[in-house]
Design a protein around this ligand. Structure first.
Ligand SMILES: *Cc1c(COP(=O)(O)O)cnc(C)c1O
Length: 391
């Protein structure tokens, strides 16, 4: 049988063909009017995609580069910060803040859960310089209530900067960046914007710009002030990832094209698309007898599924790959072998979801030996689709 390779991983995600063509054609020097026009167009599109009046910057790095910049540019050694962590990416904030000498307070909840707001409120101190969290914790497929946490900050630590890793949250969650007061919101290219890894983007508030002037950390490549100055001229401080930027422009055009050319509406449609696919996937997997790893606050970016006691999630990941060339992600760290993750962010449609669930029916039966009636996972997904999407 022919098996088409299908990426269902929460980064990298499947590539948009129009973006691939744009990348292949991006034979351009970066100190030219052609590139400046492209760069300015993409930065303007990103502001709409992020949904903010704040500056948006592009960095040639993976998402973690923007996370690091959000620590190195905003803090000084000895500053007290609060990290809210519920998984591997939350733990990355702890490591980063410690690497730059911050005095790190932590609110930690077990894998698969989101924060208890009373606990966050109790941990917040007026002297916190910044609060770091994820919008969606990709390692557990949990969505956090960024709006509620932003409100807690306004009431209890109004000086603190709110820094949100939205690397899988953007394009899968509705944000009101300026209304809620998110000082930095970070995205990554290999997630919902349908292009390869290598770019990070971030919105930066005036409050964050002011804080940068006070930071005593040394900065060079990730000096956001330098990037801001250059962006005004349509340039970046160093050689940018030109081809990726061309691909990003094409992807944002495509997202706008989903709503008649209106990028804001296209972004909303992209989020809704992820939410419906996630809900359909959850329904299908539950119908097959699987347990959701994050039932109370599931992300639309990805779904994390626990395999029955005594079974290994790695066997599911491996069987999906060898039988169907379908690539999912095992659990990270302590979750390896216990859960696997399937993505919905970016260039996935409803029929991708149906294909995944059809494959899962075979895997549940043959690899895990579960009692499966063919069609039951697909039927559950179809019920969700019929209810959520107008004919
Ligand atoms: C993918 C991802 C990252 C970024 O990782 P990079 O490998 O540096 O791009 C950070 N946070 C979350 C929540 C992610 O999903």
């Amino acid at each position: 049988m022919i098996r088409k390779t299908r990426l269902f991983t929460p980064g990298p995600t499947p590539l948009l063909p129009a973006a691939q063509f744009a990348m292949a054609a991006a034979d351009m020097h970066h100190r030219t009017p052609e590139f400046r026009a492209l760069f300015q167009k993409v930065l303007a599109q990103l502001k709409v995609f992020v949904g903010t009046q704040n500056d948006v910057l592009l960095l040639s790095s993976s998402g973690t580069g923007a996370m690091e910049a959000s620590v190195s540019n905003l803090t000084s050694p000895g500053d007290r910060v609060l990290v809210l962590t519920a998984g591997k990416f939350g733990e990355r904030w702890i490591d980063l803040a410690k690497a730059f000498g911050c005095d790190v307070d932590v609110v930690k909840v077990p894998y698969g859960q989101t924060f208890d707001l009373a606990q966050v409120k109790k941990a917040l101190k007026p002297e916190h310089r910044a609060v770091y969290l994820q919008a969606t914790e990709t390692s557990t497929a949990v969505r956090h209530d960024v709006e509620a946490i932003a409100k807690l900050l306004k009431e209890n630590a109004p000086e603190a900067l709110l820094v949100v890793d939205g690397i899988t949250g953007l394009g899968t969650t509705h944000f009101d960046v300026d209304g809620w007061g998110i000082d930095i919101l970070i995205g990554g290219s290999q997630k919902a914007v349908m292009i390869p890894p290598g770019l990070a983007y971030l919105s930066v508030s005036e409050k964050a710009w002011a804080a940068m002037e006070k930071s005593k950390n040394p900065r060079y490549y990730f000096d956001l002030r330098k990037e801001r100055k250059n962006a005004v001229k349509g340039e970046s401080a160093y050689t940018p990832a030109v081809a990726l930027i061309a691909g990003l422009g094409a992807a944002l055009d495509y997202i706008a094209g989903q709503a008649g050319g209106d990028l804001e509406k296209g972004r909303i449609a992209l989020v809704d698309n992820a939410q419906v696919n996630a809900a359909a996937t959850r329904a299908g997997l539950v119908a097959l007898g699987f347990t959701l790893f994050a039932p109370t606050a599931p992300a639309a970016a990805a779904t994390a599924v626990a395999v029955p006691e005594g079974m290994n999630s790695g066997d599911v990941v491996k069987a999906l790959k060898t039988r169907f060339a379908l690539v999912t992600a095992n659990g990270q760290g302590e979750m390896q072998g216990k859960i696997f993750r399937v993505a919905h962010l970016g260039f996935f449609d409803y029929l991708d979801t149906v294909a995944f669930l059809g494959a899962m029916e075979h895997i549940a039966k043959d690899t895990l030996g579960l009692p499966v009636k063919y069609g039951e996972a697909v039927a559950a997904a179809q019920e969700v689709f019929a209810k959520e999407v107008k004919a």
